[in-house]
Design a protein. Sequence first.
Length: 160
Amino acid sequence: MIQLRQRLLVAIGASIIAFGAAAQAPAMHDHAGGGLFGAFARVKTQLNLNTSQQQQWDAAVAQSKAARDAARTSHEQVKATLQAELAKAEPDLAAVAAASDAAQQQNVEARKQARTAWLTLYNTFTADQKATARDAIKAGLDRMQAMHERMKARHAVPAS
């Protein structure tokens, strides 16, 4: 009975961490490495940024990295809270959920600030720069769709 209870608590705790981490993951990948704004990074040289735009670029990258680092730190704090609670005879899972919710809210704000920095930069683009960015975003979406199709085909159940 005790092992079953411990397993249940571990499963609940893992679910809280998993859902918290999924909620904290940047939905648009608001960093220069991937996703929507990552498309900008792939064509940065083609964008021919002026000095002001380059400064905004650097600020957006820094803000995105700070948001990512903050998310990692808060995830570790939630994980530590969960581990501390699981060490107790009667863990307070509501405390873990509250810590996860607080971390998520902080991370949402940081991501929004980073996204605003990227959108502010985008708003300074000329028509040619916007066309370059649009084409890069479309190419990224096409790559993601192709990958999705490959994954779907790989996991498809053969017809009998």
